[in-house]
Structures are given as C-alpha cells and as structure tokens.
Design a protein. Structure first.
Length: 151
C-alpha cells in the first residue's frame, strides 16, 4: 500500500512553524496570566482567616482557583431586571452553634473565603439593607459553597 505523500513546499513549512510558535506563545501567556492572578492579602479576626474581593478578571480567577483551599466559600450577586451581576459591600456575619459571633466584616467583592474550624454555623449576608441567612456545616475537609442572590 502506498502512503499518500504531500510535497513540502517552501511556503508550507514556515507557516506550520509560525502556527506552532504562536500556539506556544499563547499557552505561555495564559500560564503567565494564571500565575499572576493572586488573592488579596489574607485577613485575620480572632481565630478566623478570611479574604474577600474578586473584582476584575485576574482577581476573580484567583478566587475561583482558591475556593477549594477554604472550608467556606461565599458568592454574592444581584438580579436586576433579569440580569445577574456580582455585588460587593456585603456585610457578612458568621455565628457558631452557640450563637456566638465568629466574624462580622464587610466583603470587598463578590467572593468571600473563610477558614473556619469544623462545626455548624449560621451565615448572614446583608446587601442594601436586605439580609439573607444560610446554615453551613463545616467538616474537616472539603469546601461548603453558598450563593447569596438579591433581587
């Protein structure tokens, strides 16, 4: 059986080389962008570490990548006229199973990540004067992800 051979013209090889070089360049740029995407500085309140933000594509990407490293991941959005939009300036209050306030801070963006000890918690999120609450049971591993959406 004879294999079909295409003649390699002088114009074909440089085009393939240029396409491969462009692909390598784009992959490098994507990797560089991923490496540059960093979370804002970690905050500490009592025994709880937390970070909030996620405004802009780089920071948003960093938060999404870091969610699995935190036991609690909150996301805040609003729905206006059928259009969903992320929101910031959400007051976050977390209370433990004894109704003791563990955290009371304002989120600086649509993402809020917290390192809490294992246990049961009630999370209150207030945006534009409207408060919602959720319960979460934090385990020794994994991430509890909660979404708060206001209309």
């Amino acid at each position: 059986m004879n294999a079909l051979r295409l003649p390699a013209s002088k114009s074909t090889l440089p085009l393939i080389s240029r396409l491969m070089l462009a692909a390598v360049f784009l992959l490098g740029m994507l990797a560089y962008g991923q490496a540059r995407a960093e979370l804002p500085p970690l905050q500490h309140l009592g025994s709880v570490d937390y970070v909030s933000g996620g405004i802009g594509i780089d920071e948003s990407t960093a938060f999404k990548a870091a969610m699995s490293q935190f036991p609690l991941a909150l996301t805040f959005a609003s729905n206006r006229d059928g259009t969903a939009a992320y929101v910031s300036d959400v007051q976050v209050v977390i209370r433990d199973s004894h109704d003791t306030e563990v955290l009371n801070v304002a989120s600086e963006g649509p993402y809020f990540l917290a390192r809490l000890p294992a246990g049961k918690y009630k999370i209150f999120a207030t945006y534009n004067g409207n408060t919602q609450s959720r319960t979460a049971e934090i385990g020794n591993s994994g991430t509890v992800r909660l979404m708060f959406e206001w209309k």
